[in-house]
Write a protein that binds this ligand. Structure first.
Ligand SMILES: Cc1cc2nc3c(=O)[nH]c(=O)nc-3n(C[C@H](O)[C@H](O)[C@H](O)COP(=O)(O)O)c2cc1C
Length: 176
């Protein structure tokens, strides 16, 4: 994995929790983007984040399981754009490890009414709560990378792409 060591170093510098913007396409064909905390990096270089299966991003993933993620790391002056297939983990080792590492306030969200509902339509007494075990709506979304692009601000500017070609990666230097 030619870029994996660099991504792993970025994770370390970010205290293991870099923020990224994840883009998907809604069932209506509209672009959607939101911030997530990247919570780990698999050996194959793909990051993962936790999310709620009742959320809009999950509706998008059910239709089209491809995500693009954009990460701007200011200390390194570098932008990473990662595209890949979203693989949902539930009730497995990665899901339970990720659940165990979450702060209580984040866990409580998974016991609240579905994200995005109008508060006027929900039973406010049902908001909040917590639990020791991961509820059914908790999931980890891991990305199986298909394309990766790095833009180094330099100077000089340098733009490099890696595209998966079966078991190897094709690297190209691009005009920034
Ligand atoms: C700093 C920050 C970190 C966030 N981390 C996550 C996260 O790890 N997972 C997540 O699902 N949403 C996270 N959110 C909330 C999302 O940006 C978004 O508002 C929410 O997931 C609903 O998105 P959706 O309706 O497109 O599914 C975070 C927001 C911010 C501002």
């Amino acid at each position: 994995m030619p870029f994996h060591a660099e991504l792993a170093e970025l994770f370390r510098e970010a205290g293991g929790r870099p923020l990224a913007q994840v883009a998907s396409v809604s069932p209506e064909g509209l672009p959607e983007v939101r911030t997530v905390v990247l919570r780990g990096l698999a050996d194959d270089g793909g990051p993962w984040f936790v999310s709620d299966r009742r959320s809009a991003k999950f509706r998008a993933l059910e239709r089209r399981p491809t995500l693009e993620l954009c990460l701007w790391w200011a200390p390194g002056g570098v932008q990473w754009r990662l595209r890949g297939r979203a693989v949902v983990h539930r009730d497995d080792a990665l899901a339970s490890r990720s659940w165990d590492a979450l702060p209580g306030a984040t866990r409580a969200l998974f016991f609240s009414p579905p994200p995005g509902l109008d508060l006027a339509d929900v039973d406010r007494s049902a908001v909040g709560g917590a639990g020791a075990a991961a509820p059914p709506d908790f999931a980890v979304v891991a990305m199986e990378l298909e394309r990766c692009e790095r833009l180094l601000l330099g100077p000089p500017l340098a733009r490099t792409s890696w595209t998966r070609a079966s078991s190897t990666w094709r690297q190209r230097e691009l005009v920034p």
